[in-house]
Design a protein around this ligand. Structure first.
Ligand SMILES: Nc1ncnc2c1ncn2[C@@H]1O[C@H](COP(=O)(O)OP(=O)(O)O)[C@@H](O)[C@H]1O
Ligand SMILES: [Mg+2]
Length: 512
């Protein structure tokens, strides 16, 4: 450190005029970013804003095309994450970087062993790890093997690994995406302990609520450029949202809680089970009834059978047991055509892979499911004019913004692709909609329109099964919330009685 400047006056991290270009995109455009010693500094921005690129440059994963980095006032050039680590800068990776069959202690020292004659004994390492874990309140057993740990525990191991190596500046990129609400709170507590000791945390996120809770300051990126840096305590979520998207954001009303007492059941799942791609049971005896006009949310941490459940209902995946009943009659197993014919609409999570055919025009995607029926087809002959008229009408009704109906769908933004999917699915007058992570990856504006469309559809009498890994979304839209854990429904609670703590416990597998 430069002896002429007093500690604290020099930022822990100073990135100046950082520019990074990828083919066709300017991911970071002359970005200035500073983080102080002892602060949690959030990096906020929509998908594609350039957050991960900046984080990767700071941790030596990418080299900037231009710009300087100073760590505690000293100019550095990182050619690899190892260089960054030597300067005290470390990225906390998600769990998949750990060796599953090794112990916690082994993983922590892996790749960081001194010469053999200097190596600490396993006992010493274990007690060092235990001490570190205690100091930061991150309970983890050093002799456990990684595969035995929950995702939250694996993340603690990653953090301990960074601390063990002496990291003073830790970067966490969307660290709560796989955590339950409690695990996220514990993580925030740990981060505060680290900043209290003078460490610096760069917390990358696109979730306003969590960075309001955890950060001291927020730097907002939009389209690769810095919009501004604000003190968290003197800002508000609407102000941050405005900075993030560049215009006023109207937070949509959440669905009016309403009781459709006596409303008829449109979609019933009766004891359905299905295997995942590896032949292991992914959906286990799920039963739920969804009434007309009702939104039933399925909350859960990613990878607990949500995708397989959606597919088992829509017919894309065969059920190994149970029935899907629409208006009192069972659907044929593993038959998507039957599901469509019986009024089950599907908004899949993989919208460009299975939601639309990316190379087809918007107009063609809008008729994908109705092209065998009149009036689009007459004696099997597609009517170009009708297709065009249909497209014009739906594009205006669902505010799809595209150069025209003939534009290839792959050229649309994520939000507009999703509107095409919803326009097609809702215009088929479904009885029920199965929507899987319908707003994932969408910007704030598109998220609001998609949620409004779902609320409107429910108000029109459609039953909706909303499978979402975004708990805030489920809480905002659903009349009832079912929690899925390891393929089973761990409990169902009405929205009015929903308690985030309790839902979080169920998401983590605690009994309801
Ligand atoms: N390795 C890469 N190759 C090409 N383009 C990339 C790469 N990484 C990121 N990008 C592009 O750079 C932009 C910023 O991406 P990213 O930094 O990941 O944003 P964020 O983390 O804010 O979502 C996006 O347009 C993205 O597609
Ligand atoms: Mg990112």
């Amino acid at each position: 450190m430069n002896p002429e400047v007093t500690a604290g006056a020099v930022p822990a991290v100073a990135m100046r005029s950082i520019t990074k270009r990828f083919p066709g995109v300017l991911a970071n455009d002359s970005v200035d970013f500073e983080a102080r010693e002892g602060e949690v500094h959030a990096l906020l921005g929509e998908n594609g804003a350039g957050k991960s690129t900046l984080a990767s440059i700071l941790t030596g994963l990418y080299r900037p095309d231009a710009g300087d980095i100073e760590i505690y006032g000293r100019r550095v050039e990182f050619h690899s994450p190892r260089d960054a680590m030597a300067a005290g800068v470390s990225m906390v990776h998600q769990h998949f970087r750990l060796a599953a069959s090794l112990t916690v202690a082994d993983n922590i020292v892996l790749g960081h062993q001194a010469a053999p004659w200097l190596r600490a004994s396993p006992r010493t390492i274990e007690s060092q790890v235990t001490d570190l874990a205690r100091r930061y309140r991150m309970p983890v057993n050093p002799t456990a093997r990684i595969w035995q740990l929950s995702v939250g525990e694996q993340q603690r191991v990653e953090i301990l690994k960074s601390l063990y190596r002496g990291a003073r500046i830790l970067i966490l990129d969307e660290p709560t995406s796989l955590l339950t609400p409690q695990e996220a709170d514990d993580l925030f507590e740990t981060l505060r302990r680290m900043t209290a000791e003078g460490r610096t945390i760069v917390f990358v996120s696109h979730k306003l609520e969590e960075l309001m809770a955890v950060s001291d300051r927020v730097t907002v990126l939009r389209g690769g450029r810095v919009v501004g840096t604000v003190e968290t305590k003197s800002t508000t979520p609407p102000q941050l949202a405005r900075m993030m998207v560049g215009r006023e954001v109207v937070f949509a009303q959440s669905k009016e809680a309403h009781r459709m007492e006596g409303g008829e059941v449109v979609l019933e799942l009766r004891g359905i089970s299905a295997d995942g791609d590896l032949g292991i049971k992914a959906v286990n005896d799920v039963s739920l009834a969804i009434k007309a006009g009702e939104i039933v949310g399925i909350a859960g941490v990613s990878g607990n059978g949500q995708r397989e459940l959606a597919e088992a209902i829509s017919g894309a995946r065969r059920r190994s047991a149970g029935d899907v009943i629409v208006d009192g009659r069972s659907l044929r197993n593993g038959d998507p055509e039957d599901a469509i014919a019986r009024g089950i609409a599907h908004v899949p999570e993989d919208r460009l892979g299975t939601g639309v055919s990316p190379s087809l025009s918007v107009a063609d995607n809008l008729i994908l499911k109705s092209h065998r029926r009149a009036p689009i087809a007459t004696r099997g002959i597609l009517r170009r004019q009708r297709i065009a008229a249909n497209a014009k009408q739906l594009m205006s009704r669902f505010s799809v913004s595209a150069p025209g109906p003939d534009t290839p769908t792959r050229l649309l933004s994520g939000g507009n692709v999703q509107k095409v999917v919803l326009a097609r699915e809702l215009s088929s007058r479904p009885r029920a909609i199965v929507a899987a992570n319908p707003t994932r990856g969408l910007d704030v504006g598109a998220t609001e329109s998609v949620r409004e469309l779902l609320i409107k559809a429910a108000a029109g009498g459609v039953g909706i099964l909303l499978i979402s890994e975004d708990l805030d979304e489920v809480l905002a839209l659903a009349d009832r919330i079912a929690v899925i854990y390891e393929g089973r429904i761990a409990g169902v609670v009405p929205r009015d009685e929903a308690d985030v703590q309790r839902i979080g416990l169920m998401m983590a597998g605690a009994p309801a």
